[in-house]
Design a protein around this ligand. Structure first.
Ligand SMILES: *[C@@H]1O[C@H](CO)[C@@H](O)[C@H](O)[C@H]1NC(C)=O
Ligand SMILES: *[C@@H]1O[C@H](CO)[C@@H](O)[C@H](O)[C@H]1NC(C)=O
Ligand SMILES: *[C@@H]1O[C@H](CO)[C@@H](O)[C@H](O)[C@H]1NC(C)=O
Ligand SMILES: *[C@@H]1O[C@H](CO)[C@@H](O)[C@H](O)[C@H]1NC(C)=O
Ligand SMILES: *[C@@H]1O[C@H](CO)[C@@H](O)[C@H](O)[C@H]1NC(C)=O
Ligand SMILES: *[C@@H]1O[C@H](CO)[C@@H](O)[C@H](O)[C@H]1NC(C)=O
Ligand SMILES: *[C@@H]1O[C@H](CO)[C@@H](O)[C@H](O)[C@H]1NC(C)=O
Length: 344
């Protein structure tokens, strides 16, 4: 026992200790083994716990339907995996889907633009869904409608179903967009919806198109049916044969009003992810469509539309009171509208 005690004394706690007493040596070895045992046991415990959590993670990955797409972190809120109630996304279930809305004004080329987008195998733009008033009665009906569209449960001739990679609609500023802008911006930011603004630069041409289109609602120039968009030059010529009279007094105030609305819309929706396009730029430069496809992150394709432009060429031949209009805009900031021309 004296030897045992000496083990704890300062003097004997030196190298020659083993020689003195085999019992002490045994105690040291035992202690060493015990410490090692506890250490190894603790390591084992740690490994068991990490392996069990990694197993848990594995289960998590298996339960999650799709692998993480290879995207930048900022994109994550804009990538979705809808699970439609009405059909199975089948082999494309793990293709990410982006949500968009084309925000525009009547007769700004959005119909033509939408046919171009819908020419893409992976884009479904479902038209002017909110032209039907009950769908925009209040914020709840708007949200309900949007949810259905973005869950791919809205069926139109544009629906591509399984392999849609970008789904959206065409939405005119006067179809509840301005009225409920706050809630809609909230929805867009919460659900990751991207906005495509499409405006027209030449607001005089837009006015002619509005007047002609509204005249045709009653006149039905094409064999008794009203058409807003046509697919043949003959039909285009028939519709363009009507020359509207433009109220020259109201012309500048009208143009100003449209400009103001446009500005306001851009201000309201500036916090959303968006792109701003002008009809004239898309007509002149088809690489603008590449920009749109990049924005929607869909594979790049050549896009085509069967639609034919209705009012082609110089404006002087499309307005009955051309001289009044020319006078009204002469010297104003809108003078260039009179002579700007382009084709598509
Ligand atoms: C796109 O347009 C081309 C030419 O008109 C047509 O052949 C093709 O089927 C269209 N694709 C889709 C998906 O509509
Ligand atoms: C919204 O409108 C729908 C249809 O008119 C109506 O049934 C619903 O009660 C309204 N909801 C709210 C919150 O006003
Ligand atoms: C686009 O659609 C085709 C089938 O039409 C599909 O094979 C492809 O995976 C889709 N691409 C994307 C990015 O979803
Ligand atoms: C109107 O109908 C006639 C006879 O069906 C057809 O030949 C003609 O092409 C049509 N015109 C237009 C502009 O659709
Ligand atoms: C233009 O509109 C104003 C206001 O509506 C009206 O007073 C005026 O008579 C119109 N001018 C023409 C030429 O129609
Ligand atoms: C066409 O548009 C693209 C993309 O927006 C732009 O980079 C290019 O400079 C434009 N080309 C012309 C001729 O305007
Ligand atoms: C536009 O106004 C200028 C000066 O005010 C005048 O000289 C010119 O003839 C006008 N042009 C037209 C097309 O009326």
């Amino acid at each position: 026992m004296a030897d045992d005690l000496s083990f704890f004394s300062k003097d004997s706690f030196i190298l020659k200790l083993p020689k003195k007493s085999p019992l002490v040596l045994r105690m040291v070895v035992l202690l060493f083994v015990m410490v090692c045992g506890v250490y190894i046991f603790s390591i084992c415990l740690k490994q068991i716990s990490t392996s069990s959590t990694s197993e848990f993670l594995n289960i998590g990955v298996i339960q999650k339907p799709c692998p993480e797409p290879n995207i930048e972190p900022w994109e994550i809120p804009y990538v979705h995996y809808p699970n439609p109630k009405t059909f199975s996304r089948a082999e494309c279930a793990c293709n990410p889907v982006r949500y968009f809305a084309i925000m525009s004004m009547q007769r700004s080329g959005s119909g033509w633009f939408e046919t171009l987008l819908n020419n893409h195998t992976n884009i479904s733009s479902n038209g002017e869904i909110f032209s039907v008033k009950v769908r925009r009665t209040n914020v709840s009906t708007i949200v309900e409608t949007l949810d259905k569209v973005y869950n791919l449960d809205w069926f139109t001739s544009a629906s591509k179903n399984e392999c849609t990679a970008a789904v959206g609609l065409k939405w005119m500023l006067n179809q509840g967009l301005m009225q409920y802008h706050k809630e809609i911006v909230e929805y867009f930011n919460a659900r990751g919806v991207s906005a495509i603004f499409l405006f027209r630069r030449n607001l005089l041409r837009r006015m002619i198109s509005i007047l002609a289109n509204s005249y045709d609602q009653n006149a039905k120039l094409l064999n008794g049916t009203h058409k807003s968009h046509v697919h043949s030059p003959l039909e285009a010529d028939i519709l363009a044969s009507y020359k509207p009279v433009i109220n020259a007094t109201l012309l500048v105030p009208n143009i100003r009003e449209v400009e103001e609305t446009t500005k306001k819309a851009l201000e309201y929706f500036k916090s959303t992810r968006h792109i701003i396009l002008y009809y004239e730029d898309v007509v002149k430069n088809r690489t603008k469509l590449t920009e749109v496809q990049e924005f929607l992150k869909v594979p790049k394709r050549e896009l085509s539309s069967r639609q034919v432009k209705i009012h082609k060429g110089s404006l002087s031949k499309h307005i009955q009171n051309w001289n009044d209009v020319e006078k009204a805009l002469n010297g104003t900031q809108y003078e260039s509208y009179l002579y700007g021309d382009y084709r598509r």
